[in-house]
Design a protein around this ligand. Structure first.
Ligand SMILES: Cc1cc2nc3c(=O)[nH]c(=O)nc-3n(C[C@H](O)[C@H](O)[C@H](O)COP(=O)(O)OP(=O)(O)OC[C@H]3O[C@@H](n4cnc5c(N)ncnc54)[C@H](O)[C@@H]3O)c2cc1C
Length: 616
């Protein structure tokens, strides 16, 4: 194909612009596949491109300096960088552009690593051609970019923490320690969450109730923490720096239910988990009183009447127990029935294996006359000090059986035999042998399911993962942030975690919240919808399509002396999804930074006749 300059044309008036194109070799990650020098040569011929350069590491200080210097020296007024994912370095290069005294929104980022060299590593010609096409599209788009400014809104320096379990208490205490006023909301009548249902905690053997008291005393004694018990959010709207919250609770000495309204800058979701409740009849749960969950068993072990030397339950000695792992976790389609929420719990609940071994060991040590059987799919005791429970349990005489997920153990009654329950399992620690054991008690190791926070989730449109837990933006890069800016995740509201992980996550959420509240004003990216008041005919199609409460409203105004209905965007609430743009019958609504004419220019750029001839 011919790639001579004469063949390249551009429908925009970009001839007047001076665009700088910078292509990164990424230390060979890109240039081992994409012919970066050839790409730079071709790009020089695109109308408007004044500079086209290749660098080994553009993200390095010298790489960034090249861009900033060129903006001044070469009088550039637009910049395109073709490198790795924008997730990694878009902000880096925006910074370089700003240091060159150019508006950062006159910058465009092209990913030629993940989308070219990595995706097409066996096709260097194709990867190179694709890189040229993508850069050409970006030059088209940036040529139509206009300078934008960040949206600046007031920032209320106050945090709302929803949930008074370990996560909520830790987040509140850490925030208050940084001088941030906190409102800590708990739906029950006391702080502590599930710590009140636990006994001695793995891996430290601390008493759960003492940990609850320690954490509670940190928040109760702090003057910056206001605690509301028996309270829940009934209405919430707004955006980072400005969440309007209505709370219903029993306030004041009369204990009367009242609603209060308040404004906070950030919200920490620490709403925790609910233990999985087995269905009626699942492993004979609720069909036989001696089939209990690990939560019930914890409770039994804390009771004074559970016996000295011999474990007692319902007035009967318990001489044998079978623990069954993965009840409500790692469920398999076709084997398990979805729960009332229609979901299968395919995930592992992470704490249950250690919980079982911890409980089994306690039984063997406190009640040596009780035989213990452990029926698992795998043992997943990850974490410092957890694996030891497995070794110790084996040494203490716990007998292990391994079952396949498609062949879960079966629990039946024995009709008057010495022990009331029979557990049958095909054991794959041996050779699939059918094992039967008669036991006095069956303990079901229940997993975790998401905690109750529907009102906030629905009103703020917080995303949940497939497992139903609140979903972070990125598990590694932004692990405690959710896609709604200003809302953070702490503890098991996000995923099954043990207390150590819960407190670490809550600490991270507090640090993030503090950073968000550290500025007087909140700065938001300007990629929000904007209405062209000359074109809007007030059809309301945009409003019907908008998923974000308050982001769009219809307003009455006057145009050319006539009263007209018109759409109005609240830039604090608009997330820039573009759904409104797609449905506007008069093309009156556009997304700043992603306007329709920029899409047109991108398409023109993509189909420009600049396929790479004579590559390599
Ligand atoms: C059987 C079992 C045994 C366990 N044993 C251990 C152990 O030994 N060691 C260990 O490290 N971990 C253990 N865990 C895990 C431990 O329970 C959790 O890590 C910990 O409780 C998580 O704390 P959290 O604050 O995230 O949630 P939670 O403890 O569930 O607290 C959430 C709080 O938020 C409140 N809340 C919920 N929704 C709202 C709302 N909408 N508005 C206001 N308040 C709300 C709840 O009332 C609750 O007080 C065990 C778990 C199970 C299931």
């Amino acid at each position: 194909m011919d790639t001579s300059p004469e063949k390249i044309s551009d429908s925009s008036d970009s001839g007047k612009l001076r665009v700088g194109v910078y292509i990164c070799r990424c230390g060979g990650n890109i240039s081992d596949v994409v012919n970066t020098e050839h790409v730079a040569g071709i790009c020089r011929r695109i109308p408007g491109v004044a500079v086209s350069k290749v660098h080994t590491f553009l993200c390095s200080d010298p790489g960034q300096q090249t861009i900033s210097d060129d903006i001044r020296r070469e009088n550039l007024d637009r910049v395109v960088v073709a490198s790795c994912s924008p997730f990694l370095h878009e902000l880096t290069f925006r910074g370089a552009v700003q240091r060159g005294k150019m508006n950062q929104y006159l910058y465009e980022h092209v990913n030629i690593r993940e989308q070219c060299s990595w995706a097409h590593k066996h096709d260097p010609h194709g990867a190179t051609a694709k890189a040229i096409a993508l850069i050409s599209a970006a030059v088209g788009k940036v040529s139509r970019s206009v300078p934008l400014e960040k949206i600046r809104l007031p920032n209320h320096r106050r945090a709302l923490v929803v949930g008074g379990g370990p996560a909520g208490m830790k987040a509140a205490a850490d925030l208050a320690a940084c001088g941030i006023p906190v409102l800590l909301l708990e739906r029950s009548d006391r702080l502590g969450g599930k710590l009140h249902t636990l006994n001695r905690l793995f891996p430290t053997a601390d008493a759960a109730v003492e940990l609850a008291h320690k954490l509670a005393s940190q928040v109760m004694s702090h003057p910056l923490v206001e605690i509301l018990l028996k309270s829940q959010v009934v209405k919430v709207s707004g955006f980072i720096g400005n969440f309007e919250v209505a709370i219903r609770g029993d306030f004041g000495p009369s204990g009367r239910t009242t609603d209060v309204r308040t404004t906070v800058g950030v919200m920490v979701m620490a709403t925790g988990y609910r233990p999985y409740v087995p269905a009626d009849g699942e492993f004979m749960y609720r069909r036989h009183p001696a089939v209990v969950t690990t939560v019930d068993f914890n409770d039994l072990l804390t009771r004074r009447d559970c016996g000295e030397g011999t474990l007692m339950f319902d007035g009967r000695p318990i001489r044998s127990i079978a623990f069954i792992h993965c009840v409500g976790s790692r469920q398999v389609d076709g084997v398990h029935t979805p729960g009332p929420d229609g979901r299968l719990h395919a995930y592992g609940s992470r704490v249950c294996c250690t919980t079982v071994l911890h409980q089994a060991l306690q039984v063997r040590r406190r009640f040596p006359g009780t035989r213990v059987y452990d029926l698992h799919q795998d043992i997943r005791t990850y974490g410092r000090g957890h694996e030891e429970y497995y070794t110790d349990a084996a040494r203490a005489g716990v007998v292990f059986f391994r079952y396949h997920s498609a062949e879960p153990p079966r629990v039946t009654g024995t009709n008057g035999a010495k022990s009331p329950l029979r557990v049958s399992v095909k054991d794959y620690l041996s050779w699939g042998e059918e094992m039967n054991m008669e036991v006095d008690m069956v303990v079901l190791a229940v997993g975790m399911t998401p905690g109750p926070c529907e009102t906030i989730v629905e009103q703020l449109k917080l995303p949940r993962g497939e497992d139903g837990f609140l979903q972070e933006i990125h598990p590694k890069l932004r692990p405690v942030e959710i896609s709604v800016n200003g809302v953070l995740l702490a503890g098991t509201a996000q995923a099954p975690m043990n207390i150590q992980e819960t407190l670490a996550a809550a600490g991270a959420a507090a640090v993030k919240a503090r950073a968000m509240l550290s500025k007087e004003q909140v700065e938001l990216n300007p990629y929000v919808a904007e209405v062209d008041t000359r074109l809007c005919e007030g059809s309301g199609a945009c409003l019907a399509q908008c998923d974000y409460a308050g982001a769009l409203t219809m307003t009455q105004t006057r145009r050319d002396g006539h009263a007209v209905r018109m759409a109005l965007v609240n830039p604090g609430l608009c997330v820039g999804c573009g759904a409104c743009v797609a449905v506007c019958p008069t093309r009156a609504i556009n997304l700043n930074g992603w306007r329709l004419d920029q899409y047109d220019a991108m398409v023109d750029g993509l189909v420009r006749d600049i396929a790479p001839s004579a590559v390599n």
